[in-house]
Design a protein around this ligand. Structure first.
Ligand code: FAD
Length: 324
């Protein structure tokens, strides 16, 4: 049986997303003494990013550079990844549970008639079996799952499995592979990004999320200010998105993004079950709400009962003072 685990790297603006490094740590949990092989698809020189994968624990990296892989398409990337899997015959394949991971991995797994465990939050090996833990019922419960035969194929939720320490003394081989990409059914002409530039919401360590209590698009300004001083990202409830206070790309919850930051500050959010589904696994939750009975306080580690427009300026000032 092969002892290789492939880690599918994901580039954003030419730079690997953090979850790629977490996926390397996940691969090491799957096969502790196995060979961890990074895979990066893209266009142009991918050597520098390949080196990053090695610094974070990959033993070897295969780069696939092709003009048709400049932007992500399921067809193009699936062909490239399938070709690497065919060459390498790995034991397992891991990728981040991101928009790209959610699109690419089921396609590749289905082509290989393999199982896929998506959105894993932890991995253990029990009696030689790799067991994945993943949330179910919108995060209200967790299940443990294993793949009985075929590839051990999984996507991992960002911010759950810590990456290994970056170590520039690590060395490894970088191999470039040619692929023949054919019959692309879609061509991406351009990508228009809706979310604000800056920290990526789904990977942020700190998230400041606003709800309908924020009352207007202008009301979000202090949230952005707090996010900036804390080095975090701004998110929102669907209530705030529906009210047009912010873009739907910021929505957190059952029908939005799932986040697990170290610190989640819910501002003027009631704590509907659909919202909790996207944030209740955050490590520390702080809620600011003027209603002491608001459901969000049931999941919060710290609660501030008060008017957000009075609380936020004080909080921002305090954080700024701490940073001086
Ligand atoms: P509200 O429930 O209106 O709460 C506003 C809160 O702000 C209140 O608690 C109030 O006390 C507080 N407040 C008001 N003024 C102030 C002030 N000045 N200072 C402090 N606090 C103040 N919702 C999501 O968030 N994400 C999802 O993915 C999602 N998916 C859904 C899917 C389905 C199928 C359905 C049916 C619903 C979904 N919802 C989702 C909607 C969800 O049920 C709630 O309606 C929504 O989360 C409410 O948003 P909210 O908490 O911002 O608004």
């Amino acid at each position: 049986m092969s002892d290789k685990v492939l880690v599918l790297g994901e580039l954003r603006d030419g730079v690997l997303r953090n979850v790629t490094f977490e996926a390397i740590a996940a691969a090491k949990k799957i096969k502790e003494d196995g060979e961890i092989v990074g895979v990066i698809c893209g266009d142009g020189d991918l050597g520098e990013q390949a080196q990053e994968m090695i610094y974070f624990g990959a033993d070897r990296v295969v780069t696939v550079s092709h003009s048709d892989l400049k932007m992500y398409t399921s067809d193009g990337y699936a062909q490239a990844v399938l070709s690497v899997i065919e060459d390498e015959s790995p034991y397992g394949v891991v990728m981040g549970h991101t928009a790209v991971g959610k699109d690419l991995t089921p396609k590749v797994a289905a082509r290989l008639e393999s199982g896929l465990i998506s959105d894993a939050t932890s991995i253990e090996v029990e009696d030689d079996e790799v067991v994945f833990t993943r949330p179910i019922y919108s995060g209200k419960a967790f299940e443990k799952k294993a793949i009985e035969s075929g590839l051990v194929f999984a996507t991992i939720r960002p911010n759950n499995i810590p990456a290994l320490e970056r170590d520039e003394s690590r060395t490894g081989e970088v191999q470039s592979k040619d692929v023949d990409i054919k019959d692309l059914r879609t061509v991406i002409k351009d990508v228009i990004r809706k979310a604000s530039e800056g920290v990526d919401l789904s990977e942020a360590n700190v998230v400041i999320a606003g709800g309908r209590g924020v009352k207007s698009a202008d009301g979000f300004k202090p949230l952005y200010e707090l996010a900036e001083v804390l080095g975090g990202a701004v998110g929102a409830s669907r209530g705030a998105c529906d009210a047009d206070y912010c873009d739907y790309s910021l929505q957190i919850g059952q029908t939005g993004k799932v986040v697990t930051p170290d610190l989640y500050i819910a501002v003027g959010i009631s704590g509907a079950i659909q919202h909790l589904a996207g944030m209740s696994n955050s490590k520390v939750i702080v809620a600011i709400n003027k209603d002491p009975e608001a459901n969000i306080f049931n999941v919060a580690d710290y609660g501030i009962v008060g008017d957000l427009f009075e609380v936020l300026p004080v909080l921002i000032e305090e954080v700024k003072q701490l940073k001086v």
